[in-house]
Design a protein around this ligand. Structure first.
Ligand SMILES: *Cc1c(COP(=O)(O)O)cnc(C)c1O
Length: 257
């Protein structure tokens, strides 16, 4: 047993004892009513913390998995995507989009500075074939938080989806996806939510769900359609074995939040 450390890193953040102890609970049948109640409570609480009326999907993965899931479900081959990069995590999202077959345009900003909405607007105006804008809410590698409402307003027209990496912000820095017009919000369990690492979280707007419906998903594991279909059963489920212990822990962290 290692000693409790005072972690001075962005994540994992210290896990409250109540959440850590909850992980020791016995396994349950993930197709039974007890699991349905657990998943129902966790997704309900996540909606409140994410400040959205839409479903919050949960995948067993690091936050990077939620980023990859967003790309797998939204990007058609050759689709033009603009990624605003002002640090390590913006660069990671650009790489994921590229690997998933997007035609990626990178808009670089000096590390330590915010993404400038006026420059984003110019880039989107200059190329109206861009269909997705990706921004990191809080660029953890530099500590700079972006002005999401201003960035939303910088998007011309209404056929560009606004994808936001909120992995280090959700639960810690205010983010209002419904109010601010964010189409895809990705999060993770181990930063602002005070849970152990291992759960990737995604919330989508109505427009994003429409796009998902029109796009051939490049993955079975990350399929948003499957995840939602199982989540909306009379007793909520997941398409494959969920990380039961992590869900117990997250439930306690969310109760504390
Ligand atoms: C931590 C972090 C990630 C990566 O999360 P992992 O769980 O390590 O995959 C991505 N984006 C941001 C902004 C982060 O802070």
């Amino acid at each position: 047993m290692t000693h409790r450390q005072y972690l001075m890193i962005p994540g994992p953040t210290p896990v409250p004892a109540r959440a850590a102890l909850a992980e020791a609970a016995p396994m349950i049948n993930h197709r039974g009513p007890e699991f349905g109640a657990l998943l129902g409570e966790v997704t309900g609480a996540l909606k409140r913390v994410f400040r959205t009326t839409h479903q919050v999907l949960i995948f067993p993965a690091a936050g990077t998995g939620a980023m990859e899931a967003a790309a797998a479900n939204l990007v058609a081959p050759g689709e033009r995507v603009l990624v605003a990069v002002a640090g390590e995590f913006g660069a990671r999202f650009a790489e994921i989009m590229r690997v998933m077959g997007a035609d990626v345009r990178v808009l670089e900003f000096p590390w330590g500075t915010p993404v400038d909405p006026a420059e984003v607007n110019r880039a989107l105006e200059a190329d109206r074939s861009i269909r997705i804008l990706v921004v990191t809410h809080n660029e953890t590698s530099t500590g700079v938080t972006m002005d999401l409402p201003a960035l939303r307003r910088s998007i011309p027209g209404d056929d560009v989806l606004f994808v936001v990496d909120a992995i280090s912000s959700v639960g810690a820095i205010d983010v209002h996806p419904d109010e601010w017009g964010i189409d895809v919000l990705v999060g993770a369990s181990q930063k602002g939510l005070m849970a152990p690492p291992g759960l990737a979280l995604v919330a989508l707007s109505e427009e994003a769900w429409e796009k998902v419906g029109r796009t051939r998903c490049q993955s079975v594991y990350w399929s948003f359609v499957r995840a939602r279909e199982f989540l909306e059963r009379p007793s909520p489920q997941t398409p494959y074995t969920p990380a039961v212990s992590l869900l117990y822990a997250l439930r306690e962290s969310l109760r504390l939040l």
